[in-house]
Design a protein around this ligand. Structure first.
Ligand code: ZN
Length: 272
């Protein structure tokens, strides 16, 4: 994979840059494969990349014009989305569903033509043509699965970075009008509106504890602050001391339950 991304970086005339904040984020999101690469060959900018950002298993490429418009928080938000793709190996998982079946179908079709024709050039053109035809088809068939991966990456990014920055980075991509071509192509991402909506919903859930306490009176607010501070400190302590996965999960669930329960109590109290 390192070879593929190296070739692509040359084709995209991409310039490498380093960023410690992205490295730290990659580490906490367990995007291991990118961290294995040389520190100076992880992040790239390209002026000819036709999309805002692209993730390989071991590198990220930003469109340089888009990158220029982003605040440091927005860069991290996009990085977090891409690191989730890398950590969950989405890129590798896509190959058996797209390129592989397209190649097999194209070769079978080429073979069927080969029986009736002896021209190598003709058979080779048939294989190439049908490869792209089947590849296009496989994107249609898997579009929903792709969109699911994108939503998952947006939502897990919001757990690590500022959700508002993610929304503003997405809002820059909102199309002025939808072209007939984009309607024809398979929709591999949810719409920008849908993504923003999902992130907002996730942010509300994430902040529901803090949100609810604003309705409480002084005593409740102080109690809530003490509890949330206590939970946060403990989570930090636990994540820094690397507890076992089972213990960490149980504790996480317990904290979530405690937060929810406390929210219910506080909001019920605040109603009076
Ligand atoms: Zn994505």
């Amino acid at each position: 994979m390192g070879l593929i991304s190296s070739i692509m970086m040359r084709l995209l005339r991409a310039n490498a840059f380093e960023m410690q904040a992205l490295d730290t984020l990659a580490e906490s999101m367990k995007a291991i494969s990118i961290l294995k690469r040389d520190k100076f060959r992880r992040y790239y900018k390209s002026s000819i990349l036709p999309i805002p950002c692209l993730a390989y298993a071991d590198a990220l490429v930003f469109n340089s014009n888009y990158y220029q418009m982003l605040s440091p928080y927005e860069v991290l938000a996009i990085g977090a989305h891409e690191f989730n793709h890398i950590a969950k190996r989405h890129i590798a998982k896509r190959l058996p569903r797209t390129v592989l079946p397209a190649a097999v179908f194209a070769i079978v079709t080429g073979y069927l033509f080969f029986i009736n024709s002896t021209s190598f050039l003709f058979v080779a053109s048939v294989i190439v043509l049908f490869f792209f035809f089947f590849l296009f088809g496989s994107y249609y068939v898997n579009a929903k699965w792709f969109r699911k991966q994108e939503t998952e990456s947006d939502l897990s990014a919001v757990e690590f970075v500022n959700g508002t920055a993610m929304i503003s980075a997405l809002a820059m991509l909102r199309p002025q009008k939808t072209s007939w071509l984009s309607k024809l192509l398979p929709q591999l991402h949810p719409t920008i509106e849908q993504r923003i909506h999902n992130i907002q919903a996730a942010m509300i859930t994430k902040n529901s504890f803090n949100f609810t306490i604003t309705f409480g009176d002084g005593v409740h607010q102080n109690l809530s602050k003490v509890l949330s501070h206590f939970l946060l400190q403990n989570e930090r302590f636990l994540s820094s001391s690397e507890p076992s996965a089972f213990y960490s999960l149980t504790y996480h669930l317990f904290c979530g339950w405690l937060r929810k329960a406390f929210c219910k109590v506080v909001s019920a109290q605040a109603a009076f």
